[in-house]
Design a protein around this ligand. Structure first.
Ligand code: ADP
Ligand code: MG
Length: 373
């Protein structure tokens, strides 16, 4: 089988009749615990996992930009200049254009280039194909100009600004995870201090992703609704972000909040605590506790954030009685996508065999982060 890198190079050659200069491979990511905590300056435990997205590029002597993605083979894009680009909102090429604009704003010269993208990350399934695309574009195009964005945090913030331009008001989790990931490790991120730590992931614990088949569109409103409830709750409580909230003050002040704001504030407060507890549980090899934290997180997302859906809830209930199951939750923005299950590795086979025949399930192993040349 050809590697993703070879497939992308081949696509580049057949599309543009030339050889690429640079490539970057960026994996998907999965949020292990910490639902909607990142933009609330909270705590997250995440991991990079295969599949991955590869972007290969070569500079051009003019201002033209040509883009091709194997996901949209019938839509090669040709742009004459960055300044005059007009794309439909939501068009995939908008991600690359937004990165170019942010690189320019950061003082990195962007002239013409050809780029080909090949990916095995299914868009909208919760593995953050958008972050993989943005990080891959930022790194390859930065390298082309020989003026790289120095720090991983700067790359992450640049990608975040690009995604905000596209109307998705996401936090830094996705970018920081893939930029810091190490094979066999989870990534623990404090989104207030922006300190990132790798946490050794035990080999005896398997992560199983089950795709609900329901596809979300983050720009469709659910994500932004939760985010604005969080911001309104923080404002009413007089704190900069919900990270500053203490249980006592939420109890005392909760009359200031609407029911929806009270619910999201409660979720964020407790979810941060669950992330802290999960890191302790991983280190202490207390996997039952870790499983309970997963399942509690799902319940809280479902009841407080209201970002679950019947299909996600059904997969948790179906997996619960199966061999080796320790806990499960929705992962990512919600409203569809994947459920993530924590399973004893020695019972993984039995677990997978016991899933209904129509289950679209895969094991996700914490993988290395960005690879490039
Ligand atoms: P996800 O949860 O996968 O990040 P998003 O809705 O945030 O879902 O991003 C998906 C969007 O990212 C797609 O609609 C498309 O515009 C872009 N995208 C993802 N993968 C690719 C790809 N291989 N080629 C081109 N665009 C892609
Ligand atoms: Mg996304």
């Amino acid at each position: 089988m050809r590697s993703p890198h070879e497939t992308a190079v081949e696509l580049f050659r057949t599309s543009f009749g030339r050889t690429p200069e640079r490539w970057v491979r960026v994996p998907g990511r999965v949020e292990l615990l910490g639902n909607h905590t990142d933009y609330n300056a909270g705590l997250v435990l995440a991991a990079a996992i295969e599949p991955s997205l590869t972007c290969v590029v070569a500079a051009r002597p003019d201002q033209h930009i040509r883009l091709i993605s194997s996901a949209f083979p019938s839509e090669p894009i040709e742009l004459h200049s960055l300044r005059t680009v007009r794309l439909d909102p939501g068009h995939w090429a908008g991600y690359v254009v937004a990165v170019c604009r942010e690189l320019r704003a950061a003082g990195i010269p962007i002239t013409g280039f050809d780029a080909a993208i090949d990916s095995t990350i299914p868009p909208g399934s919760g593995l953050s194909s958008s972050a993989a695309l943005l990080v891959a574009a930022a790194l390859t195009l930065g390298r082309l100009s020989h003026r790289t964005v120095a720090e991983r945090l700067n790359v992450a913030q640049l990608c975040q600004r690009a995604e905000h331009r596209l109307g998705v008001h996401c936090g830094l989790l996705d970018y920081l995870t893939v930029l810091h990931a190490r094979e066999g490790h989870a990534v623990h991120i404090d989104c207030r201090s922006l300190v990132v730590r790798n946490v050794r992931w035990p080999d005896t614990l398997a992560l199983v992703l089950v795709d609900s088949g329901v596809r979300h569109r983050l720009t469709a409103g659910g994500y932004n609704r939760i985010r604005s409830d969080c911001e309104a709750a923080a404002k009413s409580l007089g704190v900069a972000t919900l990270r500053e909230l203490r249980a006592g003050s939420l109890r005392r002040e909760n009359h200031r909040l609407t029911a929806a704001q009270r619910a999201v504030a409660t979720h964020i407060l407790e979810e941060n605590q669950r992330v802290r507890s999960s890191v302790r549980a991983v280190r202490a090899a207390d996997f039952r506790r870790l499983g309970e934290l997963f399942t509690d997180s799902h319940r809280s997302s479902r009841d407080h954030l209201r970002n679950s859906c019947p299909e996600l809830d059904a997969w948790i209930e179906r997996a619960r009685p199966l061999p080796g199951w320790l806990g499960g939750r929705l992962t990512g923005g919600g409203f569809g996508g994947m459920t993530l299950h924590l399973v004893q590795r020695r019972q993984l086979r039995a677990f997978l065999a016991a899933l209904p025949k129509n289950a679209n399930a895969q094991e996700g192993r914490p993988s290395s982060g960005v690879l490039e040349e």
